[in-house]
Design a protein around this ligand. Structure first.
Ligand code: 5RP
Length: 223
């Protein structure tokens, strides 16, 4: 078992009978889907799942997990996903995929948000390794880019094949680097207040537990 599989297995063992479980997107979330499906199959664990992306929907369906659509939910017990960066205060950077909007809706709506990482995801400051993905209404992308540049940031339109990459919510993404002196709280506020921004990759005060797998052990961090 590698670290991703180990942390995913650990989280899956903590799911209780009857829970409604949100499934994240990415290679770590894939390991969790497999571990949860194994418990469903082998231990008759009853769960209802909801996926944060088409790819996780397909993965969960192929693994035999009972799935419902996001639009059918009024609540969920736990959302389980990976992250691209984790800061010491458990602020996260997410969304290098195409499903940021669903991911944040599920992370915010769930009673618990469990984040599964290995030590390579730990950083001193959000944005240290990756630009912050800012998902934008397509018709507003140039105005949002101007707004971000006016705040001293450096946005770049994410491209795919011959055009802009389009997310599952129909947005385009400005991968944006901010001045490192600007605290994540200020960046979060700026992005939340900018009209045309659909969602962004800073997940602040959302994680209830971060599970970190290293050297065969699992460390649990809580805010
Ligand atoms: C997708 C995400 C993923 O959770 C993040 O990119 C981590 O992926 P991986 O588990 O493959 O390292 O936020 O939008």
């Amino acid at each position: 078992m590698n670290d991703k599989q180990r942390v995913a297995h650990h989280a899956a063992t903590q799911i209780r009978d009857g829970m409604i479980v949100g499934l994240g997107t990415g290679s770590t979330a894939d390991c969790f889907i497999e571990a949860l499906a194994r418990r469903h199959r082998e231990e008759n664990l009853r769960v209802t799942t909801v996926a944060s992306s088409l790819i996780s929907t397909v993965k969960a369906r192929n693994a035999g997990l009972p799935l419902v659509g996001l639009e059918q939910l009024t609540r969920l017990d736990v959302y389980v996903d990976g992250a691209d960066e984790v800061a010491p205060d458990l602020t996260l950077l997410k969304g290098r995929g195409q499903d940021l909007v669903r991911e944040k809706i599920l992370a915010r709506a769930a009673d618990l948000f469990w984040v599964l990482v290995d030590p390579s995801k730990q950083v001193d400051r959000i944005g240290e390794r990756f630009p912050i993905p800012v998902e934008v209404m397509p018709f507003a992308w140039q105005l949002v880019r101007t707004g971000l540049e006016a705040a001293g940031a450096h946005p770049e339109l994410r491209l795919k094949d011959a055009g802009a990459a389009v997310t599952s919510a129909g947005g385009v993404v400005l991968d944006t680097r901010f001045d490192e002196k600007l605290p994540p709280t200020a960046v979060d506020r700026l992005l939340n207040d900018l009209p045309g921004v659909l969602e962004h990759g800073i997940f602040r005060e959302l994680a209830s537990t971060v599970f970190i797998a290293a050297d065969g052990r699992i460390e649990e961090r809580r805010p």
